[in-house]
Design a protein around this ligand. Structure first.
Ligand SMILES: [Zn+2]
Ligand SMILES: [Zn+2]
Ligand SMILES: [Zn+2]
Length: 344
């Protein structure tokens, strides 16, 4: 870098001497990309192309006396290689008459370049002239080798979001990147949503934006109206009403459970009568007691013959017709007493 910056201070001639042989063309191109060294423009005048008199060689000819002649000559002195249609480059020779088909000679005093006899076979042929410290000069040469234009308009190739289009003629990248393909799908985290480029090999994302909209309830978080992701916390409610409802539920279930659990079984059933005599159509009520006294079992009454005497759930016996039967007084756990009934 130090060498290059000092070179920039120096005069053009010194520059040419200093740069030749110290900086390879590829290094110079890289330097251009980092803007450390600015490559000079190749001559902007369009040369003519012809065959060199009766010889096989082609001649790239610049006008001899123009305001740009000196610049053109400086450039010609720095030419390192010439390529036609990407073929092996011509190499520089000093003596025109010892030229071979794959060599060139820059005749600075005549402002022309003699190149070997490779044919121009395509409709539009590419001639690339590289010179030390200069941008490549790219010429479009017709099949007749007489139609010559400087290639300035890049064409073809397809730009993507990660790579610019590559000119089909000169191989240089040009134009702008294609726009990213963000699609409809959002990516999200707990706070933000964003989109990611769908194109392969592209990591581009849109700017992160905070989730918005939607409403949290006590059981469901808010749903972002843009990306559909849940975010934030649940809605906080006054805790008292919630507690009451759960207590109410408990109260509903407890009473049903209590009697079962707290039933005290009887060890014995005692009925106030052991045998009764009734006239047809008469009633009498049996009273059943349980022991121990705190026993809470219910008792049932059952007649052995309902045609003789019936008994209600509460122990009321009704004489139906003449005969004998038994009323059994029984607890759920199986303790029982028997009352003999005679109907007269
Ligand atoms: Zn191009
Ligand atoms: Zn992309
Ligand atoms: Zn969102």
């Amino acid at each position: 870098m130090r060498k290059i910056s000092s070179v920039i201070m120096a005069c053009a001639m010194c520059l040419s001497m200093a740069v030749v042989g110290t900086v390879a063309p590829q290094v110079a191109v890289q330097a251009e990309e980092t803007a450390a060294v600015e490559l000079k423009e190749a001559p902007k005048e369009t040369p003519t192309l012809d065959k060199d008199f009766g010889y096989e060689w082609y001649l790239i000819q610049y006008p001899e006396y123009t305001a740009n002649s000196e610049n053109t000559k400086s450039w010609m002195e720095k030419i390192t290689s010439i390529k036609v249609n990407d073929a092996e480059p011509y190499t520089k020779v000093d003596n025109k008459f010892l030229m071979k088909e794959d060599t060139f000679r820059a005749n600075v005093s005549m402002v022309n370049i003699t190149i070997g006899n490779k044919e121009f076979t395509k409709d539009t042929n590419k001639v690339v002239i590289s010179a030390e410290g200069y941008k490549d000069l790219v010429l479009e040469v017709g099949k007749d080798y007489k139609t010559v234009a400087i290639h300035t308009k890049h064409t073809g190739g397809t730009a993507t979001c990660t790579k610019k289009a590559v000119c089909e003629f000169c191989g240089e990248e040009y134009g702008e990147y294609a726009s990213h393909n963000y699609g409809d799908k959002y990516e999200s985290d707990g706070t933000y949503h964003w989109k990611k480029c769908q194109n392969e090999g592209c990591d581009a994302t849109t700017e992160k934006e905070a989730h918005k909209g939607g409403e949290a309830t006590t059981t469901k978080r808010a749903v972002c109206e843009v990306c559909g992701a849940e975010y934030g916390g649940l809605k906080q409610e006054d805790p008292k009403p919630a507690d009451k409802t759960t207590e109410d539920k408990k109260d509903d279930t407890k009473p049903a459970e209590k009697p079962d659990k707290k039933t005290v079984k009887a060890k014995k059933v005692i009925v106030n009568k052991k045998c009764i005599v009734l006239k047809k159509g008469k009633k009498v009520k049996l009273k059943a007691k349980l022991k121990p006294a705190n026993a809470t079992e219910k008792v049932t009454f059952k007649s052995s013959n309902k045609k003789v005497a019936k008994v209600t759930k509460k122990g009321v016996v009704k004489a139906v017709k003449k005969g004998k039967c038994k009323i059994t007084v029984k607890t759920a756990s199986g303790k029982k007493a028997v009352v003999k009934v005679t109907v007269k």
